[in-house]
Design a protein around this ligand. Structure first.
Ligand SMILES: O=C(O)CCC(=O)C(=O)O
Ligand SMILES: [Fe+2]
Length: 352
């Protein structure tokens, strides 16, 4: 089991704490931050993402959108082929687990075949076009579109969301015997949409555990210009920014985190995703994504899983977003185990 909060801060980070303090004292001169997030979120998940991406600093984002090559031509697998693939195990190595434990994320190739990726894309394009009455790959410029709880009504998407292959990787990375689904999240960063602000998901998920992983599964290759998810490493770097105040109405949190990471020479893994590659990040892993500077929608299915037995925190906030929709009937402090949080790994365990 990963006990991230108990890890010791590396000497290199401790000795660089001075840079953090300087950044904080600069911030002290700024107007008082708008930090009260205590009221619950009272709109939907789409409104949450619209607000959230407005907190990103986009000073450096400009220029023409790049047209990129066509998607690979592959035979579309049947739904039965997709299901068989997503139920088959993915072998994790000792090195994979060690990398994740140290860095809080890992990118794994060939988690899905190209056909399974492109079948996912076709289905998501169909769903988003209908839900937002738009076209993808250019029709909804500058937006960050999202849909969630799609697995409940859509049998094909359900195979990807409840996938024992993907949930088994999450359990293996965390070193826990069983994981539940928190929720699915279709995310489509449209051409021209700006950055995703620096954050860790512990800030969002109202779960009283650090055994939480998000599997971020791109539905096409993601070149750098499209804004792949990027991770600060190692996992402990979250400590450098723990006292940065979260301002809910401007870009100051994103700017200060970026500045502190820069001042401390924090390494950032920002690399393209091959088709079928999936990243997995821990809820203390700091991550961001550049804007989508291509003419193609950056479509992803991001599913979050947590260790069976976890509870909801005592005081969820507006940053926790639409969490009650993801766990109906579960209150603050309760066991996080509603009917909408099935055990996805191991297979055959009771799903409620
Ligand atoms: O897709 C993005 O740009 C952000 C996604 C994210 O932060 C997450 O899945 O945790
Ligand atoms: Fe995130």
């Amino acid at each position: 089991m990963l006990h991230a909060v108990e890890l010791t801060l590396p000497v290199s980070l401790r000795s660089l704490a001075i840079a953090t303090e300087n950044a904080h004292s600069d911030a002290a001169a700024a107007p008082a931050p708008d930090t009260d997030v205590s009221r619950p979120w009272d709109a939907d998940n789409q409104a949450w993402w619209d607000w959230y991406v407005s907190l990103a600093d986009n000073d450096d984002q400009a220029g023409e959108l790049q047209t990129i090559g066509p998607l690979p031509m592959v035979d579309m697998p049947t739904a039965a082929d997709v299901a068989a693939e997503l139920r088959s195990p993915y072998p994790l190595s000792v090195d994979d687990r060690a990398f994740f434990a140290e860095n809080g994320f890992i990118k794994l190739k060939q988690v899905m075949t190209p056909g399974t990726v492109l079948r996912l894309r076709a289905e998501i394009v169909r769903l988003l076009s209908a839900a937002f009455d738009t076209t993808l790959d250019g029709g909804a410029k500058d937006r960050f579109l999202s849909m969630e709880m799609v697995w409940l009504d859509n049998p094909l998407i359900r195979e990807y969301v409840l996938s024992p292959r993907i949930a088994g990787i999450c359990a293996g990375l965390l070193g826990v015997p069983a994981v539940r689904l928190y929720h699915d999240n279709i995310l489509s960063k449209e051409p021209g949409c700006g950055r995703t602000p620096w954050h860790f998901d512990d800030h969002h998920f109202p779960l009283a555990t650090h055994d939480v992983v998000t599997a971020w599964a791109p539905a096409q290759p993601i070149p750098l210009a499209m804004g792949p998810l990027a991770f600060a490493l190692p996992l402990d770097v979250h400590r450098l920014v723990e006292s940065v105040a979260f301002d809910k109405s401007n870009t100051s949190y994103d700017r200060q985190v970026a500045e502190i990471f820069r001042a401390n020479g924090v390494a950032v893994n920002e690399t393209s995703f091959d088709i079928g590659e999936v990243s997995f990040h821990h809820n203390l892993s700091f991550h961001t994504a550049a804007g989508n500077r291509t003419t193609r929608s950056r479509i992803v299915l991001a599913n979050t899983y947590y260790a069976d037995g976890a509870r909801v925190i005592d005081q969820p906030t507006m940053v926790s977003g639409d969490w009650q929709k993801f766990m109906p009937g579960v209150g603050p402090g309760d066991l996080a185990a509603s009917d909408l949080n099935p055990i996805c790994w191991p297979v055959g365990a009771s799903r409620s």
